[in-house]
Design a protein around this ligand. Sequence first.
Ligand code: SF4
Ligand code: SF4
Length: 306
Amino acid sequence: MMHSDIISSIFSFIVNAGYVAKITSIEHLKELEDDLAIRKRKDKFDENFYKERLTSFKFTTDTVLPDAKSIIVIAVPQPTVVLIFRRNGIDQQVIIPPTYDYSVNIEIEKRLKEIIKPEGFNICTTSIPLKLIAVRSGLAEYGRNNICYIPGKGSFFRLMAFFSNLQCKEDIWKPVCMMERCKRCKACMLACPTGAIDDRRFLIYAEKCISFHNEHGIDFPENIDRSFHNCLLGCLKCQIVCPENKKTVKWFEVGAQFSEFETSVILNGISLKEIPYSTQKKLDRLGLIDDYSLLARNLSVLLEPS
Ligand code: SF4
Ligand code: SF4
């Protein structure tokens, strides 16, 4: 098959699965790196945030796919996941934002390989800034809250990108832009409990963002009140109020129920090795194993907010 036929097969799979995708030339990889450097100079990232979140990217394909010719960027719709924790005889609901279920990455990688490997081509996973590549490739636009929005479909999407050695004919590369709607809307800014969104600059103050703090293990800063927390990981306050999410904001799926015993085991920070195997499996299915060490702290502020 020709490159274009294989790309058509990939897009048939993407569309049939309800995903959205774009493909762009590998030539733009260096521009992604430059974009980040420019943004760092212009908007002054918080140093801790920069070191933790933005220094692990790899802007080369030399060791993973030396003949890479394109980048395939995919957005997969995901629901908000509801977990039910039983505590003191009462069931309490706790949510995980869409986008945290990474098991879909493995499924999609497998499926793409099934399509292209028999034709003598290959893909591999990447470590590049996903929101930036989604915007530059024309797949998404930034919101004022720096979240990526798929035009007309909202922000409840998990992003992923793959390098491939397929040549893409259509090479889209767009400027970094914010949604048109954000020019006349400040709903996210008003809803953010920490003041992380500032309409005088493009970047949010990541160091004030709840997601940055509850996704790593350092104590919460004092200026983040316990009552501000709203998700087991991450924060949804600015996306829930966004008019672009009107259609998906009520898309919930129950992920799991935790018994009184399981809840107390998690809250007491019992080590992963010592918790029941069935609870481990449950956490694994939810994609929470890697973040287990954060759960005692994060769950306690939700179940005991005062
Ligand atoms: S809430 Fe309004 S300003 Fe914020 S991202 Fe959505 S449309 Fe843009
Ligand atoms: S994720 Fe939460 S803390 Fe971060 S900008 Fe949005 S509302 Fe503010």
